[in-house]
Write a protein that binds this ligand. Structure first.
Ligand code: NAD
Length: 489
């Protein structure tokens, strides 16, 4: 169990074989609260040897055959119990994540409440028949298929929604009978360790769910190159996704990638402007803009462009940036110093490229938290789609407002990006809504709403926003192999 020092810094271990253990080389990383600037925890900086130990543990738990041989009904029962354990500890789980990434307690508590629903959903799917029997051209032969677990899954996750994005992987992976090694972001590692403890308490056998904490290199790269790992389920930046895909290719691991975005949120002049503006603001300033699906390119039609610019700026300035612990705050911090500096640098990039600053544009001061990584919600108008602020993912509270004339131009601009994660369409015209949704090259299209996700709705990217889908019934396929069996009768 973790040790807490006199300074209140808690030291955690790797979670392998249902217990916390110290790293072999004794190296640790600091975990910083971005609202206070204070180091509050330390986690192992896992070396290749530590990763080997975790893979060994997951490999054994899979190859011994105990967990994959559990009846689907028993795996389902475990998932439901795990969900109940999360519900019972929701406050602690939310709080740990706020300490890690400075998001609002409100938002993290909301996510914690949702997690049991994901496990319930995959508990149901675990028990659904999944094979097929197939008519053949060969007489006297029967062919049928069965879906079997893949083996050892490495789940590598980012810092923005640390546990929810892990749940998106754990639900289908465990439902299908795989064993898992989670490698959370070095910015947000503690919550994953606590999560694995809860899974063990809920009855998961040792080795089925392990956690290695550490940096992209060597912890992450050891997993992605490891011959004992069968699949990488990754959420993170497009650049890291590209590195992982090429490395995983050497051992032909299965790979699913949920990557970055530069999602267009398109307002037509026949939209209900007030609800569109609510959606635009939530789309880019929710979670301080640190979501893969952030509606970071706002496309507004000529005749409403000026009103959108003015009102967006007014609403951005009115957002209450404050202590993430305060339920009245509307925007918390940026998660890390490196990310904070990156976001700030994009304000200069946008100005240099000729965009017009209409709101925000720098750090925000929050009383009592002088070292907090707070930024003002920022809006740039008169952006053109070739500017870097329109093409590169910032992952922060910066909206880029772009003008368009007609539907064709809106679609052309919206699709003119390397990304294809999501898009929003605001219009009162039903035909236009469906027509434009059909023309957008994006994995998710929200019509007259934005930033909604559910366990039942597939989520993933077109183009360089990813590979494969999470959530929904088909996600289970991403964690299974299909075996084709022939029987001579
Ligand atoms: P990141 O790519 O820097 O890191 C993600 C994870 O990968 C971390 O755990 C990191 O330690 C690990 N990692 C880094 N280099 C690695 C390597 N070479 N091999 C193996 N693992 C490695 O991303 P981040 O900064 O933590 O998160 C922000 C990014 O995540 C944004 O680009 C955002 O769009 C994306 N994201 C996507 C989704 C989605 O569902 N599409 C959701 C949330 C975040």
């Amino acid at each position: 169990s973790p040790d807490t020092s006199a300074e209140g810094v808690t030291r955690y271990g790797l979670f392998i074989g249902n217990q916390q253990i110290a790293p072999i080389d004794g190296e640790y990383l600091d975990v910083v609260n971005p609202a206070t600037g204070r180091v509050w925890a330390q986690v192992p900086d896992a070396s290749a040897k530590d990763v080997d130990a975790a893979v060994d543990s997951a490999r054994r738990a899979f190859d011994d055959g105990d967990w994959p041989a559990w009846r689907a009904a028993d795996r389902a029962k475990f998932l439901i119990r795990f969900g109940e354990a999360i519900a019972d500890n929701a406050e602690e789980i939310a709080q740990l994540q706020v300490n890690e990434n400075g998001k609002l307690i409100r938002e993290m508590a909301g996510q914690a409440k949702l997690m049991p629903e994901y496990f319930n959903y995959y508990a149901g799917l675990a028990q659904m028949p999944t094979g097929s029997t197939n008519p053949l051209h060969v007489r006297q032969m029967i062919n049928y298929t069965v879906r079997e677990p893949l083996g050892v899954v490495a789940a590598i996750t980012p810092w923005n929604s640390p546990l929810l994005l892990l749940v998106w992987k754990l639900g289908p992976a465990l439902a299908a009978g795989n064993t898992v090694i989670a490698k959370p972001s070095e910015v947000t590692p503690v919550s994953a360790i606590r999560f694995a403890e809860l899974a063990a308490e809920a009855g998961l056998p040792p080795g089925v769910f392990n956690v290695v904490t550490g940096l992209g290199h060597p912890s992450g790269t050891t997993l992605t190159g490891h011959p004992g790992v069968d699949k990488i389920a990754f959420t993170g930046s497009t650049a890291t996704g590209q590195a992982i895909a090429s490395q995983a290719g050497k051992t032909l691991k299965r790979v699913s990638l949920e990557l970055g975005g530069k999602s267009p949120n398109i307002v037509f002049d026949d939209a209900d402007l007030d609800s569109a503006l609510n959606g635009l603001v939530a789309g880019i300033f929710g979670a301080s803009g640190q979501t893969c699906m952030a509606g970071s390119r706002i496309l507004a039609q000529d005749s409403v462009y000026d009103r959108v610019a003015e009102e967006l700026a007014r609403r951005a300035e009115a957002i209450r940036v404050g202590d993430p612990q305060d339920p009245a705050s509307e925007m918390g911090t940026i998660a890390s110093r490196a990310q904070y500096d990156k976001v700030l640098s994009y304000i200069d990039v946008a100005k240099d490229d000729g965009a017009r600053l209409v709101a925000g544009g720098g750090p925000a001061r929050v009383e009592g938290l002088p070292d907090g990584l707070f930024l003002r919600p920022t809006v740039f108008a008169d952006v053109t789609n070739e500017m870097r602020i329109a093409q590169e993912e910032v992952f922060g509270p910066i909206a880029a407002l772009i003008r368009f004339t007609d539907e064709d131009e809106a679609v052309r601009i919206a699709n003119d990006t390397q990304f294809g994660l999501a898009a929003g369409v605001w219009t009162g015209n039903v035909q236009r809504a469906h027509r434009v949704a059909g023309r957008l090259r994006a994995g998710t299209v929200w019509i007259n709403n934005y930033r909604k996700t559910s366990y039942a709705a597939p989520f993933g990217g077109y183009k360089q926003s990813g590979l494969g889908r999470e959530n929904g019934a088909d996600a289970l396929r991403e964690y299974t192999e299909e075996k084709s069996v022939w029987v001579d009768t």
